[in-house]
Design a protein around this ligand. Structure first.
Ligand SMILES: C[S@@+](CC[C@H](N)C(=O)[O-])C[C@H]1O[C@@H](n2cnc3c(N)ncnc32)[C@H](O)[C@@H]1O
Ligand code: SF4
Ligand code: SF4
Length: 432
């Protein structure tokens, strides 16, 4: 689960933070084959078809650390390959023999096994993280780059998963609140490697260009407080937040408020009582209050950003009210598909959900406020729903959905007992 969301966040970070033009090379291959195992020499993947210019600056210029302490040079890099800060120093990991091998491979324009996520993403023409790193490091000279790590230009350090919410589509790998509700041990507090990572970043202060603050909930991670002191004042910061924190007393928010290059990705996908049901622990009043504070920073400090909405079964019949709210507050909405679980994916339910969702998209289109990106997103949704209109049997997905509601309303969020049927009467047919 974590890796899926982590990858998806990179897509989002690129959307929010990157406005540079693409200069990435295009792959001219379709299939990759795994070759015989070799040690620290040439790449472990070779191409069946020739691929050209698979260059990437990340192995020299990126830094990514996940909540488990795995070091990578980029979110997309294979997490199991480089090393972990609980057993090695950051310098050891970034200048290991394996890293040297990866750099040699990419300096020759050839992907390494470490890069399989970017290879897969690009195989069908999708964006990959590689493009982000190359855009942020224009004029990177592979001929003179050498085989040692340079310095971090893009920094994405996810200290831990501390979070105050247990959103219905999230889970224990991303949220400490979910871990505690499920009785799963959660390692809180600063990691032992925290100071050495900050020291490392500070040593390369002048090179840091973009910093992602994710989480858990990034405004609740005190580690981000020092991180903000060891990066340049003009670094681009992208924050993905649940907006459910008292901003007036929040030190991280106070530091962000004095900066000018800050992008806000504000996660919510419903309004009112529905958002309080889905993003459990959230307060709609607090979201509105905090949104107006961020909007103020957009006007006075040049910050940017908008609502980051996950399209899921809880809002498939409530697009209009969210978009009306966004319109009234002058806020943009970036839609993204749900990653998992399947039973919350409206596209996987049957004709009943499809009919309701189609009707809602039609109502939304009649409002005449859909942006071109929304048109594209919801036109695709309409096509998918049309293919579901003949599916009229109760499926495993429907059954799992109802089990999910019952479990949440009895075990995890008992104060919400009976609330799904009250708040989504149009989907009451799923409750059986
Ligand atoms: C894991 S959260 C971390 C940051 C912060 N806690 C927040 O909610 O914005 C990052 C983003 O992942 C999204 N997300 C969580 N679960 C998801 C899922 N199953 N599918 C797609 N996106 C998901 C959240 O809505 C949020 O925008
Ligand atoms: S190609 Fe992708 S996975 Fe490989 S180093 Fe670059 S960003 Fe990381
Ligand atoms: S706010 Fe919600 S989506 Fe973000 S980490 Fe917490 S539970 Fe997950």
């Amino acid at each position: 689960m974590w890796d899926c969301v982590a990858q998806l966040l990179v897509w989002l970070l690129q959307k929010i933070a990157i406005t540079h033009k693409m200069n990435g090379a295009i792959l001219d291959f379709a299939v990759l084959q795994k070759p015989r195992q070799q040690k620290h020499s040439s790449p472990k993947y070779t191409c069946k078809y020739r691929m050209s210019n698979f260059f990437c600056a990340a192995p020299w210029r990126g830094l990514h650390i996940n909540p488990q302490g795995d070091v990578k040079t980029c979110c997309a890099g294979n997490p199991n390959m480089l090393g972990n800060l609980n057993t090695q120093t950051i310098e050891q990991i970034l200048n290991s023999d394996l890293m040297t091998e990866i750099r040699t491979s990419l300096a020759n324009g050839e992907p390494h096994e470490y890069c399989s996520n970017c290879v897969k993403a690009e195989r069908f023409g999708a964006d990959s993280e590689r493009r982000w790193h190359n855009n942020v490091n224009p004029n990177f000279d592979y001929a003179t780059a050498g085989d040692q790590y340079h310095y971090p230009v893009i920094v994405d350090v996810r200290w831990n998963t501390t979070c105050n919410l247990s959103c219905n589509y999230c889970g224990e790998t991303c949220s400490s609140k979910w871990a505690s509700l499920k009785g799963i041990p959660f390692k809180s507090g600063a990691r032992p490697y925290y100071d050495s990572v900050c020291d490392f970043i500070e040593q390369h202060y002048e090179h840091i260009h973009e910093v992602a603050l994710v989480g858990g909930e990034p405004l609740l991670l005190p580690e981000n407080n020092r991180l903000l002191d060891v990066i340049p004042t003009d670094a681009i910061i992208t924050l993905i937040t649940n907006l459910n924190v008292d901003l007036d007393s929040n030190k991280i928010f106070q530091k962000l408020s004095t900066r000018s290059n800050v992008g806000w990705s504000m996660s919510f996908d419903n309004i009112g009582e529905q958002v309080e049901y889905v993003r459990y622990g959230a307060s709609w009043d607090l979201i509105k209050e905090n949104l107006s504070k961020i909007k103020h920073l957009m006007t006075t400090q040049g910050h940017w950003g908008g609502i980051h909405a996950v399209y899921n079964i809880y809002n498939a019949t409530r697009i209009c009210e969210l978009r009306q709210f966004a319109e009234e507050t002058g806020t943009t909405v970036l839609w993204q598909n749900l990653f998992q679980p399947e039973y919350l994916d409206p596209f996987l339910h049957g004709a009943g959900v499809a009919k309701e969702a189609i009707a809602e998209i039609e109502r939304f289109y009649k409002m005449n406020i859909a942006t071109p990106a929304e048109r594209q997103f919801f036109d695709n949704a309409l096509t998918t729903y049309c293919g579901r209109l003949s599916v009229d049997k109760v499926s495993k997905i429907d059954v799992d959905f109802w089990k999910h509601i019952q479990k949440n309303e009895t075990l995890y969020h008992p104060d919400k007992a009976g609330e799904f049927q009250r708040l989504w009467p149009e989907l009451a047919f799923l409750c059986k």
